[in-house]
Ligand binder design. Structure first.
Ligand SMILES: C[S@@+](CC[C@H](N)C(=O)[O-])C[C@H]1O[C@@H](n2cnc3c(N)ncnc32)[C@H](O)[C@@H]1O
Length: 398
């Protein structure tokens, strides 16, 4: 069985072993199964921790399109191991219930959550009446009793409804640099709107109203303005954006409303003390080494106003488990309190003055909590908010 298509059935691995396909050479290499299984067999198995550590809230809208006078939504969802695998939930489109639904095993989440028991990774194709569409399609997952407590964790997702909304977006190369090679202009627009709405909702819950009233907002790691474009459209906020990628900063200054600055790889910045009512960072801490994350948190704490909020996304326990599920030695180290930052990313190569700085970084929620609490008063961790898998730390000035 190739490691790349590992299923949840460890018996198959025991029986047939594992192979890994090297995508560059197409060569198939045999994986040492005994080393792999050592982490999943016996009393010291990682599986219980993995099952326990997958947070609620992981779901995704894979596709959304009109077909035959109907609207179709393809969804994947991971049901936490702590609840019944056939827990009932509905999908709503702008508040309207599905007309019909076909269920299947979701392929995307089956890959990243291969260790989940059958029935806990589900996919379905939902059919809606077309009159449910406005400018934006808002999709909501609603669990029935006794699981309605989960509803606040499964955050709504927004999808644009008309191609006319795709104007003025950055080119695809820029989008790939700040998102993934699979990203495109529609996913950039949808992801930005979804992140913007969910951050506004969280900020409001914690006492900062973004939509009404000109707030001074800092986007740390602004990229090419995935969220700023929605702040520009829907709020009066005075936006400042900072990034280490001067080329994207120039794009923001030319195309968005706000003030955008290039900053060095290491703080301090020239931003004034206590200047911002709301600071957010989407997928920035998830790319820094441990010392860089710590140094930047001190800087962000310095520029946050008393009474303000910082909403910072990070890769916590749940996402460490899915990202490292095929690298059990690394995962074991992280779950024991370590920090993983070995995967250097080439995404910013040629755009920042170091090929080593930008990484994929992961640790447990407890590790992150301890680190945040050195610099901030911690109000909450909201799970699976950004892109359905990064948690958001809700932080106040100490
Ligand atoms: C994954 S991208 C996300 C961009 C944007 N926040 C978004 O959601 O589309 C991470 C961004 O953080 C920037 N970045 C990385 N480290 C940074 C740092 N220490 N200070 C400011 N920006 C940083 C990168 O250049 C990149 O634009």
């Amino acid at each position: 069985m190739p490691l790349d298509v590992l299923s949840s059935n460890l018996d198959d691995v025991r029986r047939y072993g594992l192979t890994r396909l090297d995508l560059s050479t197409r060569a198939v290499a045999r994986v040492d199964t005994s080393e792999f299984l050592r982490h999943f067999d016996g009393p010291d198995s990682l599986l219980p921790q993995m099952l326990h550590g997958v947070a609620a809230g992981r779901w995704a809208l894979h596709a959304f399109y009109p077909a035959n006078d109907q609207v179709i939504a393809d969804i994947g969802i991971v049901i936490p191991a702590s609840i019944a695998r056939d827990a009932k939930f509905r999908l709503l489109l702008n508040g309207q219930t599905e007309l019909d639904r076909i269920e299947h095993r979701d392929r995307v989440f089956s890959y990243s959550h291969w260790f989940m028991p059958a029935g806990h990774v589900r996919g379905f194709r939902s059919v809606f009446a077309p009159n449910a569409l406005g400018d934006w399609a808002r999709l909501s997952i609603v669990f029935d009793e006794p699981y309605s407590g989960l509803n606040r964790h499964f955050r709504d997702v927004w999808n644009y409804a008309h191609s006319g909304m795709l104007g003025g977006l950055p080119d695809v190369a820029r989008i790939h640099r700040v998102a993934s090679p699979n990203a495109n202009q529609p996913s950039f627009l949808n992801g930005g709107k979804t992140a913007f709405e969910n951050l506004c909702g969280i900020a409001k819950e914690f006492g900062v109203e973004v939509r009404n009233g000109a707030k001074s907002v800092l986007d740390w790691g602004v990229g090419c303005g995935r969220l700023v474009r929605h702040f520009n459209k829907e709020t009066d906020a005075r936006v400042t954006g900072i990034d280490i990628d001067s080329d994207n900063v120039a794009w923001c200054n030319a195309n968005l409303r706000g003030t955008f600055h290039t900053v060095g790889l290491h703080p301090p910045t020239e931003l004034p003390d206590a200047a911002f009512d709301l600071i957010y960072a989407c997928s920035v801490l998830s790319h820094l080494t441990e010392p860089d994350a710590d140094a930047w948190l001190a800087e962000i704490a310095r520029v946050l106003a008393p009474g303000g909020l910082a909403l910072l996304s990070f890769h916590g326990t749940s996402n460490s488990i899915s990202y490292l599920s095929r690298r059990p030695s690394e995962l074991r180290r992280v779950l024991a309190g370590g920090f993983f930052d070995k995967d250097v990313s080439n995404d910013l190569k040629g755009f920042i003055p170091s090929d080593e700085y930008y990484r994929q970084s992961f640790s447990t929620d407890i590790w992150w909590r301890r680190t945040f609490e050195k610099h901030f008063e911690m109000a909450a961790v909201e799970v699976s908010v950004l892109s359905g898998f990064q948690h958001i730390a809700v932080l106040r000035k100490k």
